[in-house]
Design a protein around this ligand. Structure first.
Ligand SMILES: Cc1cc2nc3c(=O)[nH]c(=O)nc-3n(C[C@H](O)[C@H](O)[C@H](O)COP(=O)(O)O)c2cc1C
Length: 318
């Protein structure tokens, strides 16, 4: 194994890795090195950003840095967002060039910008000289063509992007197929800024295979693998040796705490349930019978039902 444990970042998930999730997750599982917010968009006025300011007021959860993410193709809008974050003490903003959804990509945003290096360049030309804090980028390989990235790397190098996270799929793929590892050496060869790998690390075994192939990559961003097994970063770092019942107990406590935090935040309204269902969609894959486990939660509509569903999951499934 690569003897130095990697740095591990929490990938952003719209609707799942919320303020409450980031707070409670980083409290229960102190193995994460950076937290990214899901993207902010339509930052039309600084008043518009202020509406979401509660999220942006927090620059760290349990001593772990929070990096706000923006989805935009408008330099002035990005600067407004960056300035707002800077005033609150953030040291970095992340630019989303990876969102694959057609309604986003069609408007040349997210991964829809990847085929247009000249547009990316002109945005950075406006943003970088005026930005008082670091700008990092999270991208895919391209939108339709996995070679798009090679026209962008020189631009990212030239403008001093602080860190480049690459989810090695193209936008059109959404989440189909597998993340491409064969393209990584060519990216590393052409990149002069720090690289963060993202995609399909679901287990310690996946990490070990990855790090054997790419020992020089020291930073990973993990999404679905962590939502499914919240202990994954601790396991990868080798700081977690608990047996299965102890692992289950840790996850149970985390889920309970998250539930209570949401209840408090939403004044005990049942709107908390759809939010938790989205998480259980992933979490259920960490149990022996994911379909049955998810069914216990999927059907619940009241707080009482939800609590009974969770109790059933933890008493009947490993
Ligand atoms: C429901 C959903 C919401 C997501 N929201 C965001 C987002 O707001 N910003 C972003 O950069 N990526 C977003 N992603 C992509 C993930 O952060 C991550 O890049 C992707 O899941 C691949 O990593 P993984 O294989 O470790 O899960 C989202 C993915 C899903 C499935």
């Amino acid at each position: 194994m690569n003897s130095i444990p990697p740095a591990i970042y929490l990938a952003p998930f719209q609707g799942i890795t919320t303020f409450a999730y980031r707070e409670v997750y980083s409290k229960h599982f102190p193995c994460i090195d950076k937290l990214f917010t899901p993207f902010f968009t339509n930052v039309q006025t600084s008043g518009g950003v202020a509406l979401k300011a509660r999220e942006l007021e927090i620059i760290s959860h349990n001593q772990v840095e929070v990096v706000p993410q923006v989805l935009s193709k408008d330099g002035a809008e990005m600067l407004r967002f960056i300035q707002f974050c800077h005033e609150r003490g953030h040291r970095e903003v992340n630019w989303n060039l990876g969102c694959p959804y057609p309604r986003v990509a069609r408007k040349q945003r997210g991964s829809g910008l990847l085929p247009y290096p000249d547009v990316v360049r002109s945005i950075l030309d406006e943003v970088m000289p005026a930005s008082p804090i670091k700008l990092s980028v999270k991208c895919r390989l391209g939108y339709e063509d996995d070679q798009d990235i090679f026209n962008l790397l020189p631009v990212f190098n030239e403008y001093g992007i602080s860190e480049l996270t690459v989810h090695t799929r193209i936008g059109k793929q959404l989440y189909g197929g597998q993340a491409d590892w064969a393209i990584i050496p060519q990216i590393l060869e052409n990149l002069k800024i720090p690289f963060v790998y993202n995609g399909d690390i679901f287990s310690v075994e996946d990490y070990l295979r990855f790090t054997q192939m790419f020992p020089e990559v020291k930073t990973l961003m993990i999404g679905r693998g962590l939502l499914t097994d919240p202990l994954l970063p601790c396991k990868i770092k080798g700081v977690f040796e608990y047996n299965l019942p102890e692992q289950q107990l840790k996850i149970k406590r985390f889920i309970e705490d998250l539930y209570l935090t949401y209840r408090k935040q939403m004044n005990d309204r049942p709107q908390v349930i759809p939010v938790l269902k989205e998480l259980w969609r992933h979490l259920s894959f960490g149990f022996e019978d994911p379909v049955k486990v998810f069914n216990c939660i999927k059907k619940t509509n009241t707080l009482d039902d939800y609590e009974s569903g969770v109790a059933k999951v933890f008493s009947e499934y490993q």
